[in-house]
Design a protein. Structure first.
Length: 171
């Protein structure tokens, strides 16, 4: 949805197929998943709580990661670790204008980058890291794969592919 809606899953099957940007659970037996193309799939693991989030520029700007972390903490998670999956990288993500300015105002100028062609770009990974840092999640692992460059991943921006990757987590 490219926003900040977080579904709280209380039993297996809750919210299945429902549109949301993230999901969290503290219930054993629950499976969480989000689909992405070039946006960042983020898996979060806390004490007896898990979460998944779809973090693109709109979601990051809307606060999807802080909202997901807050929902996890409300379920009892304290220390939270994040893994950021394959997503489009700055060298392939031309991006400029007011939206980039708004993201930089929120997270800092380090989200600005340059494409391999030398045009302005958005650094999704830097933005996800900054957003997680603002939510006090500092244990972050990044799977360093660009969906636009990888032939093993789908990319809407690079090749117009409609298929999606998913991040899946379960208790």
């Amino acid at each position: 949805m490219h926003g900040a809606r977080v579904a709280v899953v209380e039993r297996p099957g809750d919210h299945a197929g429902e549109e949301a940007d993230a999901a969290v659970t503290a219930t054993p037996g629950c499976v969480l998943a989000v689909q992405v193309a070039d946006c960042a799939p983020v898996a979060l693991v806390g004490t007896n709580v898990i979460g998944v989030a779809h973090a693109g520029w709109r979601g990051v700007l809307a606060g999807v990661l802080p909202a997901t972390v807050a929902a996890m903490r409300a379920l009892g998670a304290d220390e939270i670790r994040a893994v950021v999956g394959p997503c489009i990288h700055a060298e392939c993500y031309e991006f400029q204008g007011d939206d980039l300015d708004r993201i930089a105002d929120l997270l800092g100028d380090h989200v600005r980058a340059t494409t391999s062609a030398g045009t302005p770009a958005f650094d999704v990974v830097a933005a996800v890291r900054a957003s997680l840092d603002q939510a006090a999640v500092t244990d972050v692992e990044v799977i360093d794969v660009c969906t636009a460059c990888s032939t093993d991943h789908w990319s809407f921006r690079a090749r117009g592919e409609a298929q999606r990757q998913a991040v899946v987590a379960w208790m």
